[in-house]
Design a protein around this ligand. Structure first.
Ligand code: T6T
Length: 358
């Protein structure tokens, strides 16, 4: 059985490069006409369209974006997002934002296919779009800044495998099909279980529609149908929160092991109270900081991003390391007063291309 590498920043302790170096480097390359016009401004408005409002992941990303904007001095951030993770709610927000003619948009598209046309329309209107966190199955955007979600799924699989002693039945509570990030986490998890742990049976995934109550219901039903279940992976904040709630309600904490993606306040509480055994904290503040730096450099120079894809880190959080300041700094915040500028770096991605999940 493979054991989990519990080191801090498991995904980011490789050669790191300042995003600004990449964004600012290079010769004069082709840039669409509307984008060139933006380069003549000396102050910029960046519209940030979150995947959903009220999610500590995007709240922390917003704090990172704002902290970087303040440090740069000539960037204003205007943030909004849909009330649910739903492309039919996100599209009109994007359309309305384009009407305000921001210098650029950074956004987490709600659907990898469904948001292609609305993003294309924004680009056609002369507003460059950088994808943060989630992406689309297209290459029309200025670039991408995100966690390596396939690798994050693998980390979750290895962590859960270690918790259950390398054998047993495991189950995934996912969020919504078509969300690039969570599709990729399930993919990484499934592949790692299948390839590395022959004594673990993967029972498959069910979708919570990004609703913690639904995630709790799915988990409760699964605990009924498979009373010998050994472990659960919740692929994002709400899925993991709901799955943990079901374990707590049934008094199964410790008996059924649980790994959650993300590190929102309730998830951290679940980890501390031993309902959850391990969290994979993304670095959303870093995503926000890097995205604003990249857009600032692009808007200042007019030079397209080269490379276009940037990866930020992820940190495995356990009860053993949660007090370590190098770990604690990645727990998500509820308020930007609790956020400190990290001067984050990112590394160019080998590939962030969305991969089929089936
Ligand atoms: O896990 C994050 C984000 O990466 C994902 O794309 C959607 O869900 C979260 O926002 C957590 O709720």
């Amino acid at each position: 059985m493979k054991t989990l590498d519990r080191s801090v920043n498991t995904l980011s302790r490789r050669t790191v490069l300042r995003a600004s170096v990449y964004a600012g480097a290079g010769l004069t390359l082709f840039a669409p006409v509307g984008f060139r016009a933006a380069a003549r401004q000396d102050s910029f408005t960046i519209a940030f369209i979150q995947g959903v409002i009220g999610d500590n992941f995007y709240i922390t990303m917003d704090c990172g974006a704002r902290a970087k904007a303040e440090a740069l001095g000539n960037v204003t951030i205007d943030t909004q997002g849909p009330e649910r993770f739903d492309q039919t709610l996100q599209t009109p927000i994007l359309n309305a934002v384009v009407q305000t003619a921001p210098s650029a948009i950074m956004m987490a598209p709600n659907d990898r296919q469904g948001m292609i046309a609305p993003i294309q329309a924004a680009i056609d209107a002369g507003v460059p779009v950088l994808c943060v966190d989630t992406t689309i199955d297209a290459d029309i955007q200025l670039g991408d800044v995100a966690t390596d979600n396939v690798e994050g799924g693998r980390l979750a699989a290895r962590g859960l495998a270690e918790q259950i002693g390398g054998a047993g039945k495991v189950f995934v509570v996912n969020t919504i099909p078509g969300v690039s990030t969570t599709d990729m986490r399930e993919q990484g998890f499934r592949e790692a279980i299948e390839n590395e742990f022959p004594d673990i049976e993967y029972l498959g995934q069910e979708y919570s529609n990004n609703d913690a109550n639904v995630a709790a219901q799915i988990t409760a039903a699964r605990l009924q149908s498979d009373p010998d279940l050994s472990g659960i992976f919740g692929t994002n904040l709400f899925s993991a929160q709901g799955a943990a709630a079901a374990l707590r309600e049934q008094g199964l904490q410790g008996q059924v092991k649980m790994v959650g993606f993300d590190a929102g306040p309730t998830q951290v509480q679940d980890l501390r109270s031993e309902v959850v055994d391990l969290l994979i904290a993304q670095h959303p503040g870093d995503i926000g900081e890097v995205a604003v730096q990249l857009l600032h450099d692009f808007l200042s120079t007019g030079e397209p991003l080269d490379p276009k894809e940037f990866v930020t880190g992820a940190t495995v959080v356990t009860r053993d390391n949660i007090e370590d300041p190098e770990v604690a700094r990645y727990l998500y915040v509820a308020d930007c007063a609790d956020y400190t500028l990290a001067d984050a770096t990112a590394m160019p991605a080998v590939s962030l291309e969305a991969t089929p999940t089936a």
